[in-house]
Design a protein around this ligand. Structure first.
Ligand SMILES: O=C(O)CCC(=O)C(=O)O
Ligand SMILES: [Fe+2]
Length: 412
């Protein structure tokens, strides 16, 4: 008789013997000899059932790292607004759609690059973004689809004819992802002691915002020349729901959080030097760990807006994408992302009216920190950050909450 996989005993991160490690059909397995990030696995079903222990773990993940897995299997029902299985199915279909899109000729895809019009929606070609301040080009392609466009809140942007037929699928995927985001916001709102519904009122699905779906394609890199495909960054908005199937995503762990390291790591030429969780970059030890993709789960991470709203109580962790590790190195990597951002006119500053944030603000001011909040709207912030990474405007101006992620200066 087969028994179900034992629940994880290490607070929910993933270890050997767990059925979720089986990988994705048709893709090479994620290796067992690279350091991985100890992300908690949070059950959507338990959050929906108001399980207090699960909420505690969720809160811990949001305050410590701002990154966790959400297990979407059996979360919600088809009659509910939140339906984990249906979200997984929509994601599955959109993985096929993105292969179809990226298969178009380059000249066709380039028609939908709107950078010159000051928009980050549409296409970004391979090498069209920067991975660092010295201007190193990236190694991936993007296609960004606006939620406002798909839901009819703005006039539609030109899009390839083969994508237009999938507008109902995009709409379904956006609504289902946004429903998960709303749940995340509702629980955070309560934990922060904010007036009921406050965070959700800043993220209404039917209000203009920079919410978007992103397709990402990164082809395998030549073995002798493997570099960062997507430069290190914190996400710009509030909550990101991410699906990927091959490794390559890495989070930069703050020094007090240790990666899960294999008992006896074998040196691996494809790990970007990250054996034992560290790489030497410009003389500084960084603490990078892979995020193991898990079937049936999405990766959820918080963005800059949540750090700003909470004066640093919640975290937006630095992450990047490198060539997939181990046997996966020769495969093309795709990912599918939903970025939820505050509504366009929301000003990104510490929220009033909740005891947790107010205490954090008092602490920062009381410690003599020079802390000034820039009056920047969500729309302006996202534009500045997105276009800055495409070489428009200054790199410094396009920086987010990286310093908080690294616990530099004030230990918030
Ligand atoms: O491809 C991934 O796994 C992560 C992508 C990402 O971090 C982003 O698009 O902001
Ligand atoms: Fe990201």
């Amino acid at each position: 008789m087969s028994t179900p996989a034992a629940p994880p005993t290490n607070g929910g991160s993933v270890r050997n013997g767990d059925a979720s490690r089986d990988g994705f059909p048709g893709l090479p397995p994620f290796p067992n000899d690279v350091p991985t990030a100890p992300l908690l696995r949070i059950s959507l079903a338990k959050l929906l059932a108001n399980d207090q222990a699960e909420e505690d773990r969720f809160w811990q993940a949001c305050c410590e790292l701002g990154f966790f897995y959400i297990d979407l299997r059996t979360g919600g029902q088809s009659t509910d607004e939140i339906d984990g299985e249906a979200l997984l199915q929509d994601a599955e279909k959109l993985f096929q759609v993105q292969e179809e899109f990226f298969g178009l000729p380059l000249e066709e895809k380039l028609k939908y690059d709107f950078k010159e019009q000051g928009s980050y929606f549409g296409y970004k070609g391979y090498g069209g973004g920067l991975v660092d301040k010295s201007g190193t080009p990236d190694r991936n392609e993007f296609y960004n689809t606006s939620k406002d466009d798909i839901l009819g809140l703005s006039s539609p942007l030109p899009a390839p004819p083969n994508l237009n037929q999938y507008r109902p699928l995009f709409a379904s995927y956006m609504r289902r992802s946004h429903a998960v985001v709303s749940l995340v916001l509702r629980i955070l709102n309560a934990r922060l002691g904010l007036p009921p519904g406050h965070l959700e009122s800043l993220h209404r699905l039917d209000a203009p915002s920079g919410d978007q779906v992103r397709f990402v394609k990164a082809p395998p890199q030549p073995p002798k020349d493997r570099r960062t495909a997507l430069g290190e960054h914190t996400d710009f908005g509030s909550v990101t729901v991410l699906f990927n199937r091959l490794g390559g995503l890495q989070v930069r762990l703050p020094s007090h959080i240790k990666p899960i390291t294999p008992a006896s790591p074998a040196p691996d030429a494809n790990t970007n030097g990250a054996v034992n969780g560290s790489v030497e970059v410009n003389g500084a030890e960084e603490n990078w760990a892979y995020v193991r993709p898990l079937p049936g789960h999405a990766i959820v991470n918080l963005g800059d807006a949540m750090v700003k709203f909470t004066a640093g109580v919640l975290r937006s962790n630095i992450h990047r994408v490198v060539n997939p590790p181990g046997e996966q190195a020769e495969s093309t990597r795709y990912s599918l992302v939903y970025f939820a951002r505050p509504e366009d006119e929301v000003v990104l500053r510490a929220l009033r009216g909740g005891k947790v944030v107010e205490e954090a603000v008092k602490k920062r001011l009381g410690s003599g920190e020079r802390w000034e909040e820039e009056e920047v709207s969500s729309k302006e912030w996202v534009l500045r950050r997105a276009l800055g990474r495409r070489g428009v405007g200054s790199w410094e101006k396009s920086e987010g909450t990286e310093e908080v992620s690294l616990r530099k200066g004030q230990a918030v």
